[in-house]
Design a protein. Structure first.
Length: 499
């Protein structure tokens, strides 16, 4: 909530020229030439990096085509709805009123409809992620490959239907942001003057409401752009206007950050380290918060302090330091749930998919009921079935004695609350299965992905089951359905490519 409020505030702050517009320097940057793949270059880092660039360019080139198709689909559906409502209406003024209502609803829902559509083929983006990961396994110091990997994740997160479903799917939303932050920060670490990485990080941190980190990269965009100069002398006027736009917006961002720092300094005096860091983070100053935490030993910060430091290290793209801190002792200090979540994000950013899957398995397993006396661990479903059975059986005993008249309703309420908790845990387990499927797709394990998606959808069953109460919906359900469609699409393409 705080991050969203800060993002909205900064969005209103940059009035003269929007941040996206002034960072249009990326759009004007010359694209690297893509050389043809030679006989012995099939799996070299260079060839895989160039393959990634080609796949991203292909996705971008299809964006207009996809949007035209979405507009046609929307217009056709709206037209059919208008005709149908006019046909069913009886007598004036009912048709006119219904038409007005329909047009109003269509106009208000149009943006939402496009938000839930893909701007291009998702399978192309997954192929780009795989190619970039292959390039980085061969050469971890390839700055351009890190940059392109971040671009692939950016398109998955903001140019496909993930942008809509991530809002409810917290694990996926955070993972994608960490993947982008890690890739672009690594590109900058290897090549400090990578303007596009600085620009994308400025936008990412703005979206997250992290204004001090946004300022750092915004400033570097201005410095690198000014040092590079215009691509051609004929572009001098446009270049000068862009520099002026960057300077004007940076001045406003600087002013806002300094105001927050002054407010923080006045409010945080004499406070403990952990309170200072938490206050800085609430004010949209994660850079300041991390600086404060790093002055102390992480083992002495307590559970909350250690959690905050690990999270902020990932936000800054410092995956090496996080990897060194993920020890069993740290797991005991911060608790198993947060340890597994941080481990998942760390492994997903570094491309260690097997480790990420293990963290997800452990995260799901700890949601199951504790083992019984015989050592067996029941599933949440069997625990839920047992609760329902108890409610039914005790309902028949309610009139046997005055005590039962009091105890049965109390027990029923307790069972009901417990069953709601179990349903929430089942939803979380289903979302974890979807996340395992998405990561399996990233590593080109379609058979595993299919198994995870289908297991998650077994909980949902169908729309009819949801309506009748026998199914359970969850946040990642649509992404699981889309994942299965992508797998089917890949299977269809494979025989055609062989021919």
């Amino acid at each position: 909530m705080i991050a969203r409020a800060i993002a909205r505030a900064i969005g209103k702050l940059l009035v003269p020229v929007s941040l996206m517009a002034v960072l249009g320097v990326v759009v004007f940057a010359p694209r690297p030439a893509l050389s043809a793949e030679g006989p012995g270059e099939k799996d070299t880092p260079k060839s895989k990096r160039e393959e990634t660039a080609r796949l991203l360019a292909r996705f971008d080139s299809l964006r207009d085509q996809y949007q035209r198709q979405h507009r046609r689909t929307w217009a056709t559906g709206c037209g059919a709805a208008i005709v149908g409502s006019a046909t069913l209406a009886n007598g004036f003024p009912s048709p006119a009123v219904q038409l007005g209502m329909r047009l109003h609803l269509m106009h208000s829902n149009e943006t939402s409809y496009f938000l839930y559509q893909d701007d291009g083929p998702t399978d192309v983006l997954l192929a780009a992620v795989r190619a970039a990961r292959v390039a980085l396994r061969a050469d971890p110091k390839d700055a351009q490959a890190h940059l392109l990997l971040g671009e692939a994740y950016y398109r998955l997160a903001f140019r496909t239907c993930e942008r809509a479903w991530r809002r409810q799917f917290t694990l996926l939303d955070r993972m994608r942001r960490m993947q982008m932050a890690a890739a672009w920060n690594q590109a900058i670490q290897l090549r400090p003057n990578t303007v596009q990485a600085h620009a994308q990080l400025a936008l990412l941190y703005q979206d997250m409401g992290y204004v001090d980190l946004m300022r750092i990269h915004f400033r570097r965009v201005l410095e690198c752009t000014r040092a590079a100069g215009p691509a051609k002398e004929a572009d001098r006027d446009r270049f000068d206007r862009r520099i002026q736009g960057l300077k004007a917006n940076l001045a406003q961002v600087e002013k806002e950050v300094e105001k927050r720092l002054e407010k923080f300094a006045a409010a945080s005096a004499e406070r403990p380290v952990l309170e200072q860091a938490a206050m800085a983070l609430r004010m949209g100053l994660p850079g300041k918060a991390l600086d404060i935490l790093l002055t102390s030993d992480i083992t002495k910060l307590g559970a909350n302090g250690a959690r905050m430091e690990l999270e902020l290290l990932l936000v800054h793209g410092r995956t090496d330091k996080v990897g060194g801190l993920l020890t069993p002792q740290m797991g005991k200090a911060i608790g198993p749930t947060f340890y597994h979540v941080i481990g998942l994000h760390w492994a997903a950013t570094t491309g260690d998919y097997a480790v990420a899957d293990k963290f997800l398995q452990k995260l799901s397993a700890q949601m199951n009921p504790p083992a019984g006396k015989d050592g067996k661990v029941d599933s949440l479903r069997s625990d839920l079935a047992l609760l329902v059975g108890r409610m039914l059986l005790e309902g028949h005993c309610q009139r046997e004695s005055p005590a039962q008249l009091v105890l049965v309703p109390l027990n029923r309420r307790r069972y009901w609350d417990h069953s709601l908790t179990i349903l929430d845990l089942l939803r979380e387990q289903s979302d974890i299965l979807v996340l395992r499927g998405l990561l399996a797709q990233e590593r080109n394990r379609d058979r595993e992905a299919t198994r995870y998606f289908r297991e998650a959808l077994d909980m949902w069953q169908s729309d009819a089951a949801i309506a009748s109460g026998s199914g359970l919906d969850f946040n990642g359900r649509v992404l699981a359905q889309r994942g299965l469609r992508l797998v089917d699409k890949t299977k269809e393409k494979a025989p055609a490519e062989k021919k």
